[in-house]
Design a protein around this ligand. Structure first.
Ligand code: HDL
Ligand code: ZN
Length: 443
């Protein structure tokens, strides 16, 4: 796919590292550097092959992505309650028929499926999924993962790992071999956002906690985090927070954040990822597709960055209306790293707007994108979209710099693209491949 990306721009020859580029060379050099640099994908819902069925891939999973389910219900007479009774295969057939045959696949998520089919030289206009299904059925997951990440230009995939998800916890508790291209993240939504529903799982594992998170509970949560750190070797801890998140505010979640999570992150030298602005389940009948977005009060973020200057906060905000102030806060706090164009933000028109604003206010001191991929092959189109948009934004910025009086070399461009898509993340977390492929510690 990246070769196709290069071909599509009618390249003029690019120059060598140290030479000042002519205006005509800037765009083609940016395209070449963006296409040839391997990126680190710092937030996904993908899983290394050792996690078996938790890892989603193939055409039926691509088509039943919750973004497409939301679009399907707008164009079909099928009611959600009828749809949920269908098999995965029948759901995929219904979505293919409705969004790709009866209608033109113009949305970002439908175009993404077309881009994946094209990347594997599969037909994109068939009335059924017979050929696509037999192609994916013929793949073996380890080789397929290597191929897909190579096509997407991604060297490292950061997962989302929930120690309180029974299915996933079982894999970790058995001991799971690390994978060269996958790194773990300790996801804390159930602890920080829904303690009353989950504290008994920790109690059941021998941690002396109670429903009010009183007494020794924060210290015991800290011990729980330390134990899972040993087991998972996460590169950061993470939590998704509602648009109504406030800090300071007397809540159980905030007490655990302040007395357990933030001290644990300092002790273990891990950033905390805050993903703020979700309005959970505004339409529960859509299940995973039922979440929406709300503008958050980022003074909560300001208070955290100021009150905990030795904690590092990786931050992605869901509302477009919060993006400019996130850049302002990043200018105020160096322990705040904006990352990605998250979820409803990950549309080329908004990615372009946010990325231009970030470069204008932060230079290259931010992480422009993550894929948030839930299905393996999505990284192909999500990162192709990002490369296409970033190349345009960066070329324009270098042209402005040239006009303002400072020439640009290929070396400059390589250093900047590497910082944006690799070294900013590497400076904040240890993304080196795990020491060995020995199983993570099964305590
Ligand atoms: O909380 C998150 O990490 C979000 O990315 C959700 O998983 C969301 O459902 C999603 O997939 N967004 O792209
Ligand atoms: Zn996510």
């Amino acid at each position: 796919m990246r070769t196709a990306f290069l071909k599509s721009t009618g390249q003029t020859p690019v120059s060598r590292d140290g030479e000042l580029l002519t205006e005509a060379q800037i765009s083609s050099t940016v395209q070449d550097v963006v296409a040839s640099t391997q990126f680190i994908d710092i937030h996904t819902h993908l899983f290394a092959p050792a996690f078996g069925k938790l890892g989603l891939w193939g055409i039926d999973e691509l088509l039943t992505y919750h973004y497409l389910e939301a679009e399907f219900f707008r164009s079909s007479d099928t009611k959600p309650e009828e749809y949920w009774l269908l098999s995965k295969r029948d759901q995929a057939d219904a979505i293919w028929r409705t969004l790709f045959i009866k209608n033109t696949p113009l949305s970002e998520a439908t175009r993404g499926v077309i881009a994946v089919l094209k990347a594997f030289h599969l037909p994109t206009d068939r009335p059924d999924l017979v050929e696509a299904r037999s192609f994916f059925k013929a793949q073996t997951i380890e080789a397929h993962i290597r191929k897909v990440l190579q096509m997407a230009g991604v060297s490292t995939v950061v997962m989302t790992n929930d120690p309180l998800d029974p299915e996933e916890a079982a894999v970790w508790l058995k001991g799971v071999a690390s994978h060269r291209q996958f790194r773990a993240v300790l996801r804390l939504d159930r602890i920080l956002c829904n303690w009353p529903a989950h504290w008994q799982v920790l109690a059941g594992q021998g941690y002396r906690v109670d429903e009010q998170a009183s007494g020794k509970s924060p210290a015991e949560v800290r011990r729980f985090l330390a134990d899972w750190y040993k087991r998972m070797q996460p590169v950061y801890m993470a939590v998704s927070l509602p648009d109504t998140f406030e800090f300071p505010k007397e809540t159980t979640g905030n007490r655990l954040l302040k007395e357990a999570v933030l001290p644990a992150c300092r002790e273990l030298n891990l950033p905390l990822s805050l993903m703020i602005g979700v309005r959970k389940q505004v339409n529960p009948s859509l299940r995973l597709a039922g979440d929406a977005v709300g503008r958050a009060d980022l003074r909560a973020l300001e208070n955290l960055c100021r009150e905990f200057p030795t904690n590092r906060f990786l931050v992605s905000i869901l509302s477009r209306e919060n993006q400019h102030e996130l850049c302002v806060y990043a200018r105020k706090f160096s322990n705040l790293m904006p990352f990605g164009c998250w979820w409803f933000m990950n549309n080329p028109s908004i990615v372009e707007e946010i990325t231009r604003e970030r470069i204008e206010m932060l230079g290259t001191s931010f992480i422009p994108q993550h894929s948030d991929a839930r299905v393996l092959e999505q990284v192909i189109y999500k990162w192709n979209n990002t490369r296409r948009t970033l190349a345009r934004v960066l070329s324009n910025t270098y042209r402005l710099l040239s006009e303002d009086g400072r020439g640009v070399t290929r070396g400059d461009i390589q250093r900047d693209v590497t910082r944006l898509f690799r070294s900013n993340a590497e400076a904040w977390m240890d993304l080196r491949a795990p020491a060995s492929d020995a199983p993570a510690q099964a305590l």
